[in-house]
Design a binder for this molecule. Structure first.
Ligand SMILES: *Cc1c(COP(=O)(O)O)cnc(C)c1O
Length: 386
């Protein structure tokens, strides 16, 4: 993807988030791009646009920015994270196999099980946090290895480089769902993955007001597949949503810094609190893959998981007592959210499979926002003490 020639090549993430992908400026001087509310384009225009299902200046702005932030040559944007997953999935063919980390986003699992299987794609779920399982990749030689790191909701950390090395030895493509980490904190392509996928709905946009997805890569072949999927499957976003996301991403660094600081602070306080059964956060020393998290991420991100020893009913009652943490699916917005994975994000996974993956009935997932941390802490303490 062409870098904006006015942005110095050594510019850092903060600068690129604001200045790359702004090539609409040359014609009008507008500091903020217009929203191109047009379904079609006059044939033969210099930007080569034809129809908004297969491209728009607003898509191009965001794609250029995200490719730069993910250290990628290519980026394609989609209507949602699930559309981005669909785009990759339909790059496969009947008979292909996916080896997937077992603890993946609930809707990815549903798409694999209820849609892909109908097209005779085989999916094998494996605990890829355990290196003893890596040889399965070399044995099975799947078309794709599907990773998420940190995983949802258990925040397991997968060794992207080690897994990519094994996968590449047998010609397998590695996808990393980078949504929980964010483009700022983790660079899957630099770590060896072939495709980095984002639900831009989350940290990229950061304001819970637009859905979107993106796939970044350095592969011309996969980029062609992504553009084809966007157009042929009708997975394109709206110009307005991409415009919002282009606005949101400009503050990704400031937001992520606060998300990380607040989440680490809350995680440490929870861990020190009597009666808390467990707290999981990638940058807590107690995280089973703390060293790996430190190696492949530059911050712990804003998600944390706690077990207060609650039954399902007690966990839901605790959630209802919170005032600043809104009970909702999703994550990565500036406002704090709380979720009960067993009845919400992972409700579509059969209970025995969910429990086997470690998603127990009392687990509570926090998306720590950028409010003042003392207010967030008081809210949690009050709800726990009640
Ligand atoms: C939210 C999410 C998705 C799906 O994204 P949508 O934008 O909601 O379609 C995929 N992966 C992860 C890890 C997510 O958190």
């Amino acid at each position: 993807m062409k870098q904006d020639p006015t942005v110095p090549s050594e510019a850092r993430f903060e600068t690129r988030a604001i200045h790359v992908g702004q090539d609409y400026r040359s014609e009008t001087g507008a500091v903020v791009p217009p929203i191109y509310m047009t379904s079609t384009f006059e044939t033969g225009n210099p930007g080569n646009f034809d129809y908004t299902r297969s491209g728009s200046p607003n898509f191009r702005n965001l794609q250029t920015t995200l490719a730069s932030l993910e250290n990628a040559q290519h980026c394609t944007v989609f209507a949602s994270g699930v559309s981005a997953i669909t785009a990759i999935a339909f790059g496969l063919k009947a008979g292909d196999t996916i080896i997937s980390e077992q603890n993946i986003y609930g809707c990815t699992y549903r798409l694999f099980e209820r849609v892909l299987r109908k097209f005779d794609v085989h999916i094998k779920y494996v605990n890829l946090a355990n290196p003893a399982n890596y040889p399965l990749i070399a044995q099975i030689k799947p078309a794709l290895v599907w990773l998420e790191s940190p995983t949802n909701p258990l925040l397991k950390i997968l060794d992207i480089k080690a897994i990519s090395d094994v996968a590449h030895s047998v010609g397998t493509t590695v996808v990393v769902d980078n949504t929980f980490a964010s483009s700022l904190l983790q660079k899957p392509l630099d770590l060896g993955a072939d495709l980095s996928l984002l639900s831009t709905t989350k940290y990229t946009n950061g304001h819970s007001d637009a859905l979107g997805g993106a796939v970044c890569s350095n592969s011309d072949e996969w980029q062609e597949k992504m553009i084809f999927s966007q157009k042929a499957l009708g997975l394109q976003p709206s110009p307005f949503d991409t415009w919002l996301t282009s606005r949101g991403v400009k503050t990704e660094v400031l937001r992520m810094e606060r998300h990380c600081a607040n989440a680490l602070d809350v995680a440490q306080r929870l861990e020190a609190r009597k009666g808390v059964v467990s707290v999981r956060y990638p940058f807590l020393g107690s995280h089973p893959q703390y060293e790996l998290a430190k190696k492949q991420m530059t911050g712990g991100s804003g998600m944390l998981l706690a077990d207060f020893g609650h039954t399902q009913d007690e966990a839901l009652a605790f959630i209802r007592r919170l005032r600043l943490f809104t009970q909702a699916e999703s994550l990565g917005g500036i406002e704090s959210l709380v979720c009960h994975p067993a009845t919400m994000t992972h409700a579509s996974i059969p209970r025995d499979i969910r429990l086997e993956a470690g998603v127990t009935d009392g687990l509570i997932r926090f998306s720590v926002g950028i409010e003042h941390v003392e207010d967030l802490w008081t809210d949690i303490e009050n709800a726990l003490n009640a």
